[in-house]
Design a protein around this ligand. Structure first.
Ligand SMILES: [Zn+2]
Length: 211
């Protein structure tokens, strides 16, 4: 489903009872896929959305992994084979990505790095959920793809990443305030309902609650 111009959300599956989404960014040069899911059904759903966009797997030029946890990465070997896309991961998650998928990232990015596509994608590394955990700021939409930096439910309530999913739950909660340094209006989650406007105030309220 296209939720902002050129930005498609694909609901891929329920992971451990959580609904899960990946994102496709339609760029002039090709398509960027953010996370790849973990089951054949996930790949099927991504295929269908590519088709709706008038695209195919061969158009996917870059895969950005928000973090190297199973529900976000396990399809990477198949995606690599279908696309030969460049693989981008957050600094600190390269080894785990290689261990769990056999795919070596082409580049590991850190806070402040900019991917010069889709009107610039600014990388924000928020360690805690994993060491290399990333959020991605899409400048042209003032939209933040949070990845698992923030979790949500279907009613739009936000929470810090739950302990059972985190490598360091305290660090994950403390680092949430990093997001307030950025200008965004929309918040796109891997797990939970997206918020398409007024999201920064909601994140501020979450941060206040976590202190
Ligand atoms: Zn996840």
């Amino acid at each position: 489903m296209e939720i902002l111009e050129g930005l498609h959300a694909v609901r891929i599956a329920d992971a451990d009872g959580l609904d899960t989404e990946v994102y496709l960014l339609d760029c002039e040069e090709g398509v960027i896929l953010v996370d790849v899911g973990f089951t054949p059904q996930c790949l099927e759903n991504i295929s269908l959305e590519l088709k709706n966009m008038g695209r195919e797997w061969g158009d996917v030029k870059m895969v950005i992994i928000t973090h190297a946890h199973g529900d976000h990465i396990l399809n990477l070997p198949q995606v690599k084979e279908l696309t030969d896309a460049e693989v981008v991961v957050g600094l600190g998650d390269e080894e785990r990505l290689l261990e769990r998928t056999g795919v070596k990232a082409d580049v590991a990015l850190d806070t402040g790095d900019i991917i010069g596509a889709f009107g610039n994608i600014e990388v924000i590394r928020v360690p805690g959920h994993s060491r290399g955990n990333l959020s991605l700021l899409l400048h042209k939409h003032r939209a933040l793809i949070a990845g698992d930096t923030i979790f949500g439910d279907q009613e739009g309530n936000l929470e810090a990443p739950p302990e059972k999913y985190c490598e360091d739950v305290g660090e994950a909660a403390r680092n949430l305030s990093t997001l307030l340094n950025y200008d965004f209006d929309a918040l796109l989650l891997s797990h939970g309902a997206n918020i398409l406007s007024g999201a920064k105030e909601r994140v501020r309220a979450l941060v206040d609650n976590c202190v």
